[in-house]
Design a protein around this ligand. Structure first.
Ligand code: ZN
Ligand code: ZN
Length: 145
């Protein structure tokens, strides 16, 4: 059985308040990516007294403890994901905001080259790459209209 966030915090000797326990549970129940607002909406169904600031503080702690990753996709809200969520990256279109996920393998030639040429260990966990999608570059294969 995988350890819960609650166990992970307790294992580090941190005191977990009942409010924080509710937030941790919500994070574990939300699939894949989540914004602070989504966690807030979820938490409100359980305890209406938990505010957004408490959620941000909890997220900051989880990032600090390296239990979560964040990806700023410039959609106005940071996407948080648990580390147990598969390693992947995002490509986001600067023009229309469309995005897709791509696998970590694509980064491996780059990270291994950085390591062997520069002894540099790249932190490419949950990276966001900006660019332009096919329809925004005008290179659509269905060009006729
Ligand atoms: Zn686009
Ligand atoms: Zn992601």
């Amino acid at each position: 059985m995988p350890t819960t966030l609650l166990d992970a915090l307790r294992a580090r000797g941190l005191r977990v308040t009942p409010q924080r326990a509710i937030i941790l549970e919500a994070i574990e129940q939300l699939p894949g990516h989540m914004t602070a607002e989504q966690i807030y909406t979820h938490v409100q169904q359980v305890n209406g007294y938990i505010n957004l600031a408490t959620i941000y503080r909890t997220l900051e702690l989880l990032l600090e403890l390296d239990l979560m990753t964040e990806a700023d996709m410039r959609t106005g809200a940071t996407a948080y994901a648990l580390h147990t969520h598969a390693t992947h990256h995002h490509a986001v279109c600067r023009s229309c905001g469309r995005s897709f996920e791509f696998s970590h393998e694509l980064f491996e030639p780059l990270t291994s080259a950085l390591r062997s040429h520069y002894a540099f260990v790249a932190d490419v966990d949950h990276t966001v790459i900006f660019g332009w999608c096919q329809s925004c570059t005008g290179h659509s294969q269905t060009a006729e209209s």
